[in-house]
Write a protein that binds this ligand. Structure first.
Ligand code: AMP
Length: 278
């Protein structure tokens, strides 16, 4: 695997590949890689000729400085995992390689960035679109692979791609879970053994909802799920919403695509999860 820390060197390498007629797949990450990340890589390998993964803990998307500081950065283990998975290139830049200084600009993508996650993490999606825009400009991928785990992020980036007419196709890949149902996340390492058990209420509730889903009872089901989660010791509910999967408005009986989305704090760790219901 080739490892790049400078955008110019990565661009040159990719120019050559493109002139040889290769398609480029891109998997952007914050690192601390787990099998969820690697499943995106596998999908990218299936759909494109050469795959670039980026590891960059983007400071502008962290609304909480403590969260940024304690974000895990096991770069040696990450490189090993990518090598083993047959990744072609890693882009692992310093912050100064990505940002000129205190950049103030952001892309206006409308209400999507202010709903749900946006409400609880003000500025988060402005940081996400900023960095993904920069990364897309450097990598110029044919396809970029994102996890359903961050459902709203996929919608936000899709919106950016539409507004700016960027020549990239987005692929949303399913959520990988631990055998007990917990959605894989780099933040799971911060969970104590007790937290880890309490955190299972997320996938349990989403599964229960899937089994009991009824379009005519969405408000009651939403309340019931929120109550189930709030009743779990050590778990603080931020939101539980049954939403229109296209715009994240509250869904109604006519909504075609429906997704349930949840965010909680378990101890000091913030977790999100979701399930596509229709
Ligand atoms: P992150 O490093 O958390 O920014 O995640 C990088 C990419 O991996 C994002 O597109 C995430 O949605 C995706 N991802 C994170 N966790 C999972 C998971 N459990 N299953 C599938 N994809 C995931």
């Amino acid at each position: 695997m080739k490892i790049f820390t400078k955008r110019k060197d990565l661009s040159q390498y990719l120019e050559q590949l493109r002139s040889d007629g290769k398609t480029i797949g891109f998997v952007p990450t914050l690192g601390a890689l787990h099998n969820g990340h690697l499943s995106l890589l596998v999908r990218a390998q299936q759909e494109t000729d050469k795959v670039v993964c980026s590891i960059f803990v983007n400071p502008t998307q962290f609304n909480d400085p403590k969260d940024l500081e304690k974000y895990p950065r096991p770069i040696t283990a990450d490189i090993e995992k990518l090598e083993q998975a047959g990744c072609d290139a890693l882009f692992n830049p310093e912050v100064s390689e990505m940002y000129a200084g205190n950049e103030q600009w952001h892309l206006e993508i409308g209400e999507l960035e202010h709903l749900l996650e946006g409400k609880f993490r003000p500025g988060h999606y402005q940081g996400v679109t900023q960095v993904v825009f920069k990364l897309f400009n450097i990598v110029k991928p044919d396809k970029a692979f994102f996890g359903q785990k961050d459902y709203q992020q996929v919608l936000v980036i899709q919106k950016m791609v539409e507004i700016l007419k960027l020549p990239v196709k987005l692929v949303m890949c399913p959520i990988l879970r631990e055998t007990d149902g917990l959605a894989m996340s780099s933040r799971n390492i911060h969970l104590s053994a007790g937290d880890r058990q309490h955190a299972l209420v997320l996938s349990k509730t989403l599964n229960w909802l899937m089994e009991n889903f009824d379009r005519t009872k969405m408000p009651a089901l939403t309340r019931e799920c929120a109550a189930m989660i709030s009743a779990e010791p050590g778990v603080e509910l931020e939101y539980f919403e049954i939403a229109n999967g296209e715009n994240l408005h509250k869904s109604d009986q006519q909504t075609k695509e429906i997704v349930a989305l949840v965010a909680v704090k378990v101890g000091v760790t913030r977790l999100i999860d979701n399930m596509i219901l229709a």
